[in-house]
Design a protein around this ligand. Structure first.
Ligand SMILES: Cc1ncc(COP(=O)(O)O)c(C=O)c1O
Length: 445
């Protein structure tokens, strides 16, 4: 990466996006060739981006091309690339000690982060924190906690959900069959119900399906937990009605089921509040977090009410979970979220949604624009009346935008998830909208 990339954000503002060689350039091609030869064939690799560095919401590739990043490495790089305060916190922690194992011993950053997260939980009361390395591990742990606490076997999850790649998380997921195909038998006692996506179904249908499940297939008194993404990520950036989450809060209370919110993608400030569920006024019994929490350092968490985090000493642990360097990164991230980035997410989210709605007027392929803060879904359709997904268009759009210097990422059947770093500037928003407009015009032609 050139020294210029490390210049101040304002100095590079006019200098990106910048395509100096059609990507992938020669250096990127060499990396890709090696990767293709030696890495697991299971990796997806959406498009041939070979990152070499970045600053804020700007990414520079191995050949010096510069892009505006509207996807943050799948909603992760919350404080942008190379935020000086996060870099400093990580460097200082790394210079002290890499590891001691938070399961067995103590250190300050670990207890600081547990306290900070426990106190961030919505709804009041005392909460506790278990630190993990990833989102799937937080989900896996939350499932163990729910079964252990309730001594019940069953779990309810939702259509189009995504919770991760390990066995419990994979069994709870139902966004794409390729994530499950060939891996059976999956975990038993998982029941899937419709998620309320106002663009595609009704709340009444979702409630009816839930009542039918409990009348015909599983007693709610055998259900340990209902696990739901309050805003659905991988499944299509869908935003349910508050009534949907309230229905599940009431139902869980009625039958003694735990309500777990998977906020791995929607949490840690992305929506302009620490937890997306705060927008709905519904507090769960436990929250799973990861992704943006550590700005890209591998850290996740299970937050749970003290009254449900009842597993005893030694019943759950992790060698690396809450690693000191990752804790330092998370603490610096939380400071930035509080001081400026959640406010910026709200401001830039509004700007982007307004801009995307203007594009919707000009481009009939945009069926829906929805979002909270910088968690925004743009759903593409073949026809606004039939709402038939436009998967091919979205695949082409991703590639075309990449060639013009805008990084996009799809989800669901034909949704572009706009989930940029929370450091996004007016320039990053407006320039990205301009490129998106140009791409859609070109694709229409
Ligand atoms: C809502 C949700 N839960 C869990 C996960 C799994 O997280 P990880 O990839 O860190 O295991 C993801 C990842 O995309 C996610 O979006």
């Amino acid at each position: 990466m050139s020294a210029k990339t490390h210049a101040s954000a304002s100095a590079v503002a006019a200098d990106y996006p910048r395509i100096v060689v059609p990507p992938p350039g020669p250096k990127a091609r060499a990396v890709i060739a090696k990767d293709k030869e030696y890495s697991s064939p299971s990796y997806i690799k959406e498009y041939p981006l070979v990152i070499a560095g970045g600053k804020g919401a700007m990414v520079e590739d191995a050949d010096g091309n510069r892009y505006i990043d509207w996807m943050a490495g799948i909603a992760v790089s919350s404080t942008g690339y190379a935020h000086p305060k996060v870099v400093k916190a990580v460097q200082e922690a790394a210079a002290k000690f890499f590891h001691i194992c938070g399961t067995d011993f103590y250190y300050e950053g670990f207890s600081d982060l547990c306290e900070r997260l426990a106190k961030s939980a919505p709804g009041g009361g005392k909460w506790r924190t278990f630190l993990t390395n990833s989102g799937t591990e937080a989900v896996e742990g939350a499932v163990k906690l729910a079964r252990h606490h309730t001594r019940r076997p069953a779990l309810v999850a939702f259509h189009s959900s995504f919770h991760g790649r390990t066995y419990a998380a994979m069994s709870l997921s139902s966004s794409k069959v390729k994530y499950r195909k060939g891996f059976g038998p999956l975990m038993p006692e998982v029941y899937h119900l419709p998620f309320h996506n106002p663009y595609r179904n009704t709340l009444e249908d979702c409630v009816r399906a839930a009542r039918e499940l409990f009348e015909t297939k599983i007693s709610p008194e055998d259900v340990a937990a209902v696990i739901v993404e309050p805003l659905q990520g991988e499944g299509g950036y869908a935003i349910p009605s508050p009534e949907f989450l309230r229905f599940w809060r009431t139902t869980c209370d009625e039958y003694g089921m735990m309500l777990i919110f998977d906020e791995v993608q929607s949490g840690a400030g992305r929506t302009g509040k620490m937890w997306a569920c705060e927008h709905f006024g519904v507090a769960p019994d436990a929250i799973c977090s990861a992704k943006g929490l550590g700005s890209g350092m591998p850290i996740g968490a299970i937050l749970a009410k003290e009254s449900v985090m009842t597993w005893p000493r030694g019943s759950h642990g992790s060698t690396y979970g809450g690693n000191p360097v990752a804790c330092a990164s998370a603490l610096a991230t939380l400071d930035l979220l509080d001081s400026e980035l959640m406010a910026n997410a709200r401001r830039q989210g509004k700007r982007l949604i307004e801009g995307l709605r203007r594009l919707q007027v000009a481009h009939p392929s945009i069926g829906d624009v929805r979002g909270m803060g910088l968690f925004i879904g743009v759903e593409f359709v073949q026809d606004r009346d039939t709402k038939e997904p436009a998967a091919e268009l979205v695949a082409k759009l991703e590639q075309l935008a990449f060639s013009k210097g805008l990084l996009l990422l799809s989800c669901g059947k034909s949704v572009v998830r706009v989930a940029p770093p929370l450091t996004l500037t007016d320039y990053d928003a407006d320039k990205g909208l301009e490129i998106l407009d140009a791409c859609l015009t070109e694709l229409k032609a």
